[in-house]
Design a protein around this ligand. Structure first.
Ligand code: M6R
Length: 607
């Protein structure tokens, strides 16, 4: 995954690089490093561990007005200072940072070793810098081009050369890179967050682009060395959105933000007069939408769970056959593209490699793929055939929370739109809209349970295994609850359909394995209550999330978290919030690094 930054300009370069890396630490936090060029010399500082280690080690007043930096999520080679970026060539004059994976690095490395090159690290990255060195005959850009022509895999690169201390070369193929344009200064980053404190004017690089950047500007060419003209875009989000403010963690901030982020996903998109949704970004007319016979959704992780809720809504409300599949499985399954089938790629970051590559494969076969994406300008957003931004604002915590509820909200709009095109009456459409618009208020009530949930987390955090059980539209929410708990607290948790436990998982039930049941007052409630009885009968502790006033469940369960009553379709939005808080407080109780859990990164740009 990894994050890349670059800077040239009059500010204190180490400070700008560290600030940028701080904003990109969500992309990886195994190690970090910077290189600053000054008077024909490269100064490299690297440290293993979180960015604070580098911040402590680095002389913040290091002179030099050109620099590059990197925060690493290790792929090739262990988490060591030698494997940390920037990497230097054998002359020590070229420094390079890389995000991505070079698939043919072993062949390239062997070729260089035969020529007498000795490698310092175990990384795939080091072959790139040594190759540039091998090709270099005074023209850095030319050496970079020759090197890129040999690489197989993905890369976002930033390169410095001691003898060209007035330029940074950047190249992109499959890993995001953004150029920031300032006055007399230029920035580079894997994401606009790296530069938003300094400039709002950005250029999104495309695959194949190579940029030569200096203080005055940039020259962008493609892999055929032809000039590329790109429009400078203005980024809209505010600095506060990527800061914790008064919250101790981004995750808690983002859980609370849902009261506002859900409305942002539907505001301006509801046509009250016609009781439907208007989604111009789909780039499809009503007549075209009417011809859609089937919907397929591809996604990973939490976005996959949101897609499962979406498929349920599209089938139940709009009566369109809908399927959801893990994007990692789609690409290599040689998928069959059906006629009149519309695809949706769901991704918070818009950079998830599994989803991006699956989308490209589907498009290559002629499918129309629409994006449901949060990160504006991200690769999936740009390469999809249209789509809907979820507008939840930057999500920084590795554990996805507000993006999930906003993705689900977009599916409410899609289901409403398709349903109104087909069979749903005007009054039914009106009722659905009123229910959707009442959710944020209900979410505030759900958040009032926070102190109680914190107390429950204290009671349960020492357990080693958990089951999360739900049915129907809340089955994916059970999966999401289990994912949240395991990823940030490292407690083993599995999600199942409550009906499914009797087919195997019930064997796990004992007094040491709590089950967290989702029990909305819906058409399947009584069946779930029977499942609670089955677990209780076998000595398993039960926590139930149920509607306020459900006395039967309150009596049965060992502990209860109540949520306000909403109609069946909208229960995932109120059910998921207590699960997010429960995971958060369990992780806190266990002293985990909530926002940056071990082994993970926010944006998963490797397959
Ligand atoms: O950016 P995306 O939505 O495509 O990311 C997909 C998953 O990597 C992501 O949801 C992951 O599962 C989260 N860490 C879950 O909290």
């Amino acid at each position: 995954m990894c994050g890349i930054v670059g800077y040239c300009g009059p500010r204190a370069t180490p400070e700008v690089l560290l600030q940028g890396l701080k904003r990109l630490e969500y992309r990886g936090y195994d190690s970090a490093g910077v290189c600053v060029a000054h008077h024909g010399k490269l100064q490299v500082v690297k440290r293993v561990g979180k960015l604070r280690e580098l911040t402590l080690a680095l002389d913040h007043s290091l002179p030099g007005s050109y620099g590059i930096g990197h925060t690493r999520w290790a792929t090739h080679g262990g988490i060591t200072e030698t494997n940390a970026h920037p990497h230097l060539d054998r002359t020590g004059k070229i420094a390079l940072v890389h995000n991505g994976i070079i698939e043919n690095y072993e062949t390239l490395r062997a070729r260089l070793e035969n020529k007498g090159y000795r490698f310092q690290s175990e990384t795939d990255t080091e072959v790139i810098v040594q190759l540039i060195s091998d090709f270099y005959q005074g023209d850095l850009e030319d050496a970079v081009r020759q090197t890129l022509s040999l690489l197989k895999g993905t890369y976002g690169l930033a390169i410095l050369h001691a003898d060209h201390p007035d330029i940074i070369i950047a190249a992109r193929n499959g890993s995001p890179l953004v150029i920031g344009v300032g006055e007399g200064e230029m920035f580079l980053g894997s994401d606009v967050a790296a530069m938003v404190a300094y400039t709002r004017q950005v250029i999104y690089m495309e695959d194949g682009d190579i940029a030569v950047i200096d203080r005055q500007g940039y020259r962008l060419t493609n892999s055929f060395d032809r000039k590329v003209d790109k429009k400078i875009e203005t980024i809209s989000y505010q600095l506060e959105e990527i800061e914790k403010g008064a919250y101790p963690h981004f995750m808690l901030k983002e859980i609370h933000e849902q009261v506002h982020s859900i409305p942002r996903a539907y505001q301006g998109r509801i046509d009250h007069e016609n009781a439907t949704a208007k989604l111009g970004g789909l780039n499809m007319k009503s007549q075209q939408l009417l011809h859609i016979d089937r919907v397929k959704i591809i996604a990973a992780g939490t976005s996959w769970h949101a897609g499962m809720v979406g498929a349920y809504l599209l089938e139940s409300l709009a009566r369109i056959p809908a399927q959801v599949e893990l994007s990692s499985e789609v690409r290599y399954r040689n998928p069959i593209i059906e006629k009149n089938c519309l695809y949706f790629a769901v991704s918070q970051s818009g950079e998830t490699a599994d989803t991006l590559f699956a989308m490209r494969e589907l498009q290559r076969k002629g499918a129309t793929v629409l994006g449901i994406v949060n990160a504006v300008g991200s690769t999936i957003a740009r390469e999809s055939n249209g789509g809907v931004y979820i507008h939840s604002g930057p999500e920084i915590a590795v554990a996805s929370t507000k993006a999930f509820t906003s993705q689900v909200t977009v599916f409410y709009l899609l289901a409403l739109m398709f349903a109104r095109l087909r069979h749903l009456s005007w009054p039914e459409g009106k009722k659905f809209i009123a229910e959707l618009e009442s959710v944020p208020g209900k979410l505030s009530l759900a958040l009032e349970q926070e102190a109680h949930i914190q107390a429950l987390a204290k009671k349960y955090a020492a357990y080693k295994d958990f089951l999360f059980l739900g049915r129907g539209i809340n089955f994916p929410v059970a999966l999401e609850g289990a994912l949240k708990l395991k990823e940030i607290s490292y407690i083993h948790a599995e999600g199942f359909s409550a009906a499914e436990i009797k087919h195997g998982p019930i064997a796990l039930i004992n007094p040491e394995t709590p089950s967290l049941f989702l029990v909305p007052n819906d058409s399947l409630r009584d069946k779930v209550v029977s499942n609670i009885n089955e677990v209780k009968g076998r000595g398993g502790p039960v926590i139930a999330v149920c509607e306020d006033g459900d006395t039967e469940v309150m009596r049965l369960a060992d502990d209860v978290i109540t949520v306000p009553s909403v109609s069946e379709f909208f229960t995932p939005l109120v059910m998921v919030v207590p699960l997010q808080l429960f995971s958060y407080y369990c992780a806190l109780e266990l002293g985990r690094d909530v926002d940056q859990p071990r082994n993970l990164a926010k944006s998963v740009t490797v397959e």
